[in-house]
Write a new protein. Structure first.
Lengths: 113, 111
């Protein structure tokens, strides 16, 4: 499968714990996005990488959230000290330079108890 | 602030009906508008509309972009139960790096 892959697909954690999600984009795509989606809402932008550079971050991304893309390939999104309000689907998407279409992964669903 | 508004929020129709979904937007530097279909998983791409491509068609689905009035519509003719999904509209603002999504329209097609 050469699409965008995300891991884990589901994560249940207790409030206060740290969680990390991984995204492997389509191999030739240099642009990578993280979005968060809650029930009944559209995806909300979190952050954007072009190669290894994080070029934009949403105000939604508090200091408990951090994302990396160390070698311009896979990316990780870490949430520290999780809160119940962090429960959501975390979607990763990638696109090629100059192209408009975003290709989404299946998402990582987080439940914070 | 940039925003994308979709209407209606939800819609229930019977198989064979034609539906029209609406997307209006306010962005500073419009570059493109994208439509996605989302079932119980990741959004899948349907169409991209830009200044040079304001009308797209694929089978029973078609979409147009009105850059003057800042909206787009997605038409689905002869609907089928498999069309049941959330349809998302997103706008690419060239002044930023993000795609701004609307809330989506939840379509349910009854047999």
């Amino acid at each position: 499968d050469t699409g965008v892959s995300q891991d884990p697909r589901h994560k249940i954690t207790k409030r206060g714990q740290n969680v990390t999600f991984r995204c492997d984009p389509i191999s030739e795509h240099n642009r990578l996005y993280w979005y968060r989606q809650t029930l009944g809402q559209g995806p909300e932008f979190l952050t954007y990488f072009q190669n290894e550079a994080q070029l934009e971050k949403s105000r939604l991304l508090s200091d408990r959230f951090s994302a990396e893309r160390p070698k311009g390939s896979f990316s990780t999104l870490e949430i520290q000290r999780t809160e119940q309000g962090d429960s959501a689907m975390y979607l990763c998407a990638s696109s090629a330079q100059g192209a408009g279409e975003l290709f989404f992964g299946e998402g990582s669903r987080l439940t914070v108890l | 602030e940039d925003k994308v508004v979709q209407s209606p929020l939800s819609l229930v129709v019977h198989e064979g009906d034609t539906v029209t979904l609406n997307c209006s937007y306010e962005v500073t530097n419009f570059r493109s508008l994208l439509w996605y279909k989302q079932e119980k998983k990741a959004p899948t791409f349907l169409f991209m509309l830009t200044s040079s491509g304001i009308e797209k068609k694929s089978g029973r689905l078609s979409s147009i972009l009105d850059k003057k009035e800042l909206f787009s519509i997605l038409n689905i003719t002869a609907t089928q139960t498999g069309d049941s999904a959330v349809y998302l509209c997103a706008v690419d603002d060239s002044g930023t790096y993000k795609y701004i999504f609307g809330t989506g329209t939840r379509l349910k097609v009854l047999a």
